[in-house]
Write a new protein. Structure first.
Length: 170
């Protein structure tokens, strides 16, 4: 069910690719809105099912759709825009399949609010203090969107990040 809209989009893409066209493709704004709405509803359903399997989680939601839960409070400073955050992480899908982990790749660092990491991670880290551990459930539009990460994360996929905000520096 989750991939229905994705496959519909692929079929439309390849159908348009196989025919030579003159002028713009006849795709309306209304069709885009309908497709996006259907996909968003399906993604929301799967996020809700994931959360139902974790009834003890006290998850908050932002206006963008990011869900987060700080499950261990640190005693450091709040994240500072423009500073570098050093984090340990585990990235998985809603199916609990782990795709990436700092145990394999090492601790990561990125510039807060000014780098090319997922916008959902940027939004979430700004809600943390150094030492915090948190879970972020990042919908596809805040993660890797229509193309995935071109490696392990599929297109239009919600990701779950378990983050330990180790430290930050200028």
């Amino acid at each position: 069910m989750k991939y229905t809209s994705f496959f519909l989009l692929l079929i439309l893409f390849f159908a348009c690719e196989s025919k030579p066209t003159k002028g713009p493709v006849n795709w309306t704004k209304d069709q885009s809105i309908i497709l996006n709405t259907e996909w968003s509803e399906e993604e929301e359903y799967f996020i809700q099912q994931y959360l139902k399997r974790r009834p003890n989680w006290d998850v908050s939601e932002t206006g963008t759709g990011l869900r987060y839960m700080i499950y261990r409070q640190g005693d450091g400073d709040s994240a500072v825009r423009g500073w570098y955050a050093k984090v340990d992480y585990k990235i998985s899908l809603l199916t609990d399949v782990v795709l990436y982990s700092s145990k394999e790749t090492g601790t990561s660092s990125f510039k807060i609010d000014q780098s090319d990491v997922e916008s959902g991670l940027q939004e979430g880290i700004k809600r943390m203090r150094t030492g915090d551990k948190a879970i972020f459930i990042i919908p596809s539009h805040l993660a890797h969107g229509l193309v995935g990460d071109m490696n392990k994360i599929p297109p239009l996929e919600t990701i779950v990040m378990d983050i330990h905000f180790i430290s930050q520096s200028k």
